[in-house]
Each structure stands twice: as structure tokens, then as C-alpha cells.
Design a binder for this molecule. Structure first.
Ligand code: CA
Length: 223
């Protein structure tokens, strides 16, 4: 899952970015509102962390412009302010949640998980299930039929993205957008290679194969 962090205080931005990467998220950073807005409109993100007070255009304006462009990406707004009025304005503008600085990093992570599981019926208590496969988005443990599987970070990210969209055909382009770094060469065969690695671990020893190739369209995980 890829998160865009729009925050002008570089110390905070880098702290958030490093913490999120340790939790297996991919992170893009923008230190200015306009840069963040441009990135948000060009790339596909799973979530945006948006600071309210930015030196060029405000977080509120960034959020409003995003919504006016029909971007439905979840937005978690950050601010040093803690007045009810600011919270209401932020939420009215289209933010989905609000966190006041200074914040506890674990709380930030919990709110991110909550926003990412919205509207998803196959996630409960941070565990995503597809048939016999369970993936814990908090501990990053993956099991099939209660047997623990050891995945690399990249394999985990790929599996998590597929499992959040069970039965849905996911294109190679979508996988590159959400699971690979933003500047990845779109012509490389890295997606195919990692799908193959993932199959070795998820499906190889089982008669029922869950990861399917949809010729000319992409991949899906289903049971
Ligand atoms: Ca700021």
C-alpha cells in the first residue's frame, strides 16, 4: 500500500516516512502543498497524510481540490491546532480523519489501518482473509491453513494489495502503482517475477491455487 505524506516540517515528514516504511508501506513525500496535490492527482495512493499548515497552499485547499477532482483516496489530516472548529473544517473539506500533533506513532498506525479497512468485509481485527490465507496487517504474519509462511517485504506488500481486493482483477499497472516505488521502470518484468515468487510460497504446496493469472488483464486472488 502506498501512502503520500504532505508535510513541510522535514523532521516530522522524514520521521513519519521512515516509520511507515518499517511497517511495510511505500511512501512518497511532498514538502509543499502544490507538489503534494500534483503527486496525488498523477499517482494512485491508498492513503494521504496531509498537514494542515503548509507554506504555499493550505492542507484544506489541497483536500478540497482533491475532492473536486473526484479523488476518493482516504485523507488523514495532521495539525498542530486542536480546536473543534479546525477539526470540523477539515472534515467538512473532505478529510476522513484527523490527528493532532504531537501524536503517538502507534496511534497514527492504528488510524491508518482503520482507514484502509473501511468498507472491506474480509478484514476484521486487522486480519485479512481470503479462503485459507490470513494476513495480519499489524504483525505482518501470513498463514495458509494455519501454517506460517515467511515472505519477503516485497512479497508481503504484493500479497496484501491483492488480498485487499479479493476476486478483483488487478492490472500490472495497478500493482506497479501501489506496490512498487513511484519511479519504477514500467517495462521491467519485476511484477511477473514477484508473482512467481509469491506463488511458490502461497500456492505451490497446495492443490487449490489462489493466485490466478487473467491473460491480458492481470492477476487476482480468489478462493
Ligand atoms: Ca506544517
Amino acid at each position: 500500500m502506498k501512502i503520500l505524506v504532505i508535510e513541510d516540517e522535514k523532521g516530522i515528514a522524514n520521521f513519519i516516512s521512515e516509520g511507515l516504511q518499517l511497517e511495510n508501506y511505500l511512501v512518497d513525500l511532498a514538502y509543499l502543498g502544490q507538489d503534494g496535490l500534483d503527486k496525488a492527482l498523477i499517482n494512485e495512493y491508498d492513503l494521504i497524510i496531509l498537514d494542515l499548515m503548509l507554506p504555499d497552499i493550505s492542507g484544506l485547499k489541497v483536500c478540497r481540490e482533491l475532492r473536486e477532482n473526484n479523488a476518493s483516496v482516504p485523507v488523514l489530516m495532521l495539525t498542530a491546532k486542536n480546536t473543534t472548529e479546525d477539526k470540523i473544517t477539515g472534515l467538512d473539506t473532505g478529510a476522513d480523519d484527523y490527528l493532532t500533533k504531537p501524536f503517538d506513532f502507534d496511534e497514527l498506525l492504528a488510524r491508518i489501518r482503520a482507514l484502509l479497512r473501511r468498507g472491506q468485509s474480509n478484514i476484521a481485527d486487522n486480519i485479512i482473509k481470503v479462503g485459507p490465507v490470513k494476513l495480519n496487517t499489524k504483525t505482518h504474519e501470513v498463514n495458509r491453513s494455519n501454517k506460517k509462511l515467511t515472505l519477503t517485504n516485497k512479497e508481503y506488500k504484493l500479497l496484501e494489495y491483492l488480498m485487499r481486493r479479493p476476486d478483483e482483477v488487478i492490472s500490472r499497472h495497478q500493482i506497479l502503482e501501489h506496490v512498487w516505488e513511484t519511479d519504477t521502470d514500467p517495462f521491467s518484468n519485476t511484477v511477473e517475477v514477484h508473482i512467481r515468487y509469491l506463488r511458490q510460497k502461497i500456492d505451490k504446496n497446495y492443490s487449490k491455487k489462489l493466485i490466478k493469472t487473467i491473460r491480458g488483464a492481470g492477476y487476482k486472488i480468489s478462493h
